[in-house]
Design a protein around this ligand. Structure first.
Ligand SMILES: [Zn+2]
Length: 549
């Protein structure tokens, strides 16, 4: 580990409850209980790494054993506090359960507890990462924990409370240490920076706050690293900080997102390569992209503060502005796609290329296919069948587009996206006729042929088709139809075979209609006259004049 990075964290390690940031309630509760002499046998501190668990454990040990006990906040150095700070107090034993997990280690500890304290009021056992203890070790510990001697106090710290047996937890006074609030951590870092005479911009400090995710220790380490990487008399600004910590400018990502929506492939790739050149890992990139999608979706219910300084003012406003022009469906689509690509990164050799493909796919996901579909819709407008349906579709698009003002580019985009989603319209197929029409429209001629010739409809319901069929039916018919239906409606359809005969097939219907007509004509006077004159003639077909019919 980099020794330099530990300097600030050690130098500014809180030595008493007053130094502690972000844990006021915990500090007050413990102080009061010590003042009132209502000290529990065991304390248990839980929370994320770097939030101050072991620091608090030591402060509690000091508060219990400070020679100036009255205030429990040793302002004037005393021997006890000094020794505890240096981990050299004879009555305060610190153990890291991560390295000593066995029952023997706990036995040593218990053996040590047989005798009263030498120089302080209490013997204190601090066990860090206590969840790492073995089952037997916990059992050995439990006996002492149940009935400890007056002079013995336990302080446990853990990141994983669930791994500690309930029997142990229930014998402790438990404190859940919360993450340090972003604004609090920011103010704290600012103070430290001033004490160190470091030149760091507020934006850079906010970046540190974001990366450290509420851990004071991490934040101090980062600040340290930032200050050490600086040349003399320069300021650590956002740009430099991003470089040092391997983070890239969110505004680039926002630009990238905007360009994806506009379908500017070349520019998108150019920006991504720039980001890549800054040393951003593909996984970090996708995760940041996901985060951005979240903001695009939820920005209206967020404040700048609640983004944990993930965004600066300018970015916040920009996202707010763009977000009003994006459909939720697109965000969801992109989200699913990004998650999918994140998984993909584990199986590809060149992750960098995978990201480029991911971005290109996003662009085409929303444009190419849907553009074609939209043009098709317009062209087919006057042709047969579902004209009304299609007109409504287009009308809807225009309506939605009308709601967005000023930006022509956006309007175009909206239409494209809208069309694609409409394409998956679940109510597209409501009858057997609809099904035939869509087969024609999608040029599934074989399927249409089978449906017309070899299938008798028994029952048509939403997502369920019951049919009977003749011997000529293609063996892949059900499989083909199911997959096409899924493709067209994005829903699963169940196709069942019925024993009942069902309707006549379309071809049968046509044939019987024709037979009927032939019979009708055969009974007409015209036919009888013709037959009289040409006895050898035979009526084979009838062409209908559609207008009259
Ligand atoms: Zn003291």
């Amino acid at each position: 580990m980099n020794n330099n990075s530990k300097v600030l964290a050690l130098k500014y390690r809180p030595q008493n409850f007053d130094d502690l940031i972000g844990q006021e309630v915990v500090a007050e509760t413990i102080t009061n209980s010590i003042k009132a002499d209502k000290i529990p046998n065991a304390y248990l501190f839980t929370g994320i790494r770097g939030v101050g668990k072991t620091t608090i454990a030591r402060i509690v040990a000091k508060s219990l054993n400070c020679s100036n006990a009255i205030e429990n906040k040793c302002k004037i150095e005393c021997n006890n506090c000094d020794a505890i700070t240096n981990s050299s107090h004879i009555d305060v034993l610190e153990m890291d359960a991560a390295s000593k997990t066995g029952v023997d280690d706990v036995r040593d500890l218990i053996e040590f507890s047989r005798y009263g304290p030498t120089s302080a009021k209490y013997k204190v056992f601090i066990i860090d990462e206590v969840h790492m203890l073995s089952k037997q070790a916990f059992n050995a510990l439990l006996k002492t924990l149940e009935e400890p001697p007056e002079y013995l106090k336990f302080i446990f710290a853990t990141t994983e409370i669930k791994k500690i047996p309930v029997t142990v937890v229930s014998r402790c006074q438990r404190f859940d240490l919360s993450r340090i609030k972003s604004s609090e951590l920011f103010e704290y870092l600012k103070k430290i920076k001033d004490k160190e005479n470091g030149k760091v911009s507020d934006e850079a400090l906010k970046l540190i706050v974001k990366i450290s995710e509420g851990s004071v220790r991490d934040a101090l380490s980062l600040l340290d690293r930032g200050l050490l990487s600086l040349k003399e008399n320069t300021e650590l600004d956002l740009n430099a900080a991003q470089k040092i910590f391997g983070y890239f400018d969110k505004s680039q990502l926002i630009d990238l997102f905007e360009l994806i929506l506009k379908g500017e492939e070349t520019k998108v790739i150019k920006i991504y390569r720039k980001i890549y050149d800054q040393g951003v890992e593909p996984k970090v990139f996708i995760n940041d992209f996901l985060e951005l999608l979240y903001y695009f979706k939820n920005i209206n219910s967020l404040t700048l503060e609640s983004t944990n300084f993930s965004l600066n003012d300018e970015e916040f406003l920009k996202i707010k502005d763009i977000s009003n022009q994006i459909n939720t469906e697109v965000i969801i689509l992109f989200w699913q796609f990004a998650i999918f690509s994140l998984e993909e990164l584990d199986i590809v050799a060149n992750q960098h290329l995978s990201i480029e493909m991911f971005l290109i796919r996003l662009i085409h996901l929303k444009s190419t296919k849907s553009k074609k579909e939209f043009i098709n819709n317009l062209e087919n407008k006057n042709s047969e069948s579902s004209i009304v349906q299609k007109e409504i579709k287009i009308e809807n698009n225009v309506k939605t587009v009308d709601q967005i003002k000023n930006i022509t580019q956006q309007e175009k985009k909206k239409i494209e996206i809208k069309t694609e989603i409409k394409e998956m319209d679940k109510n597209l197929i409501n009858s057997f006729d609809d099904l035939l029409n869509i087969c024609l429209e999608k040029k599934e001629i074989k399927l249409k042929y089978e449906l017309e010739k070899n299938v008798n409809l028994v029952k048509f319901e939403k997502n369920r088709i019951e049919i009977s069929f003749n011997d000529n039916l293609d063996k892949d018919f059900v499989k083909d139809l199911s997959s096409k239906l899924f493709e067209w409606t994005n829903e699963r359809w169940i196709i069942t075979f019925s024993k009942s005969k069902g309707d006549m097939s379309i071809k049968e219907k046509q044939k019987s209609k024709k037979d009927e007509l032939i019979n009708e004509v055969k009974n007409s006077e015209t036919y009888k006259t013709v037959i009289k004159k040409f006895p050898d003639a035979e009526l084979v077909d009838i062409k209908l004049n559609t207008k009259e019919d």
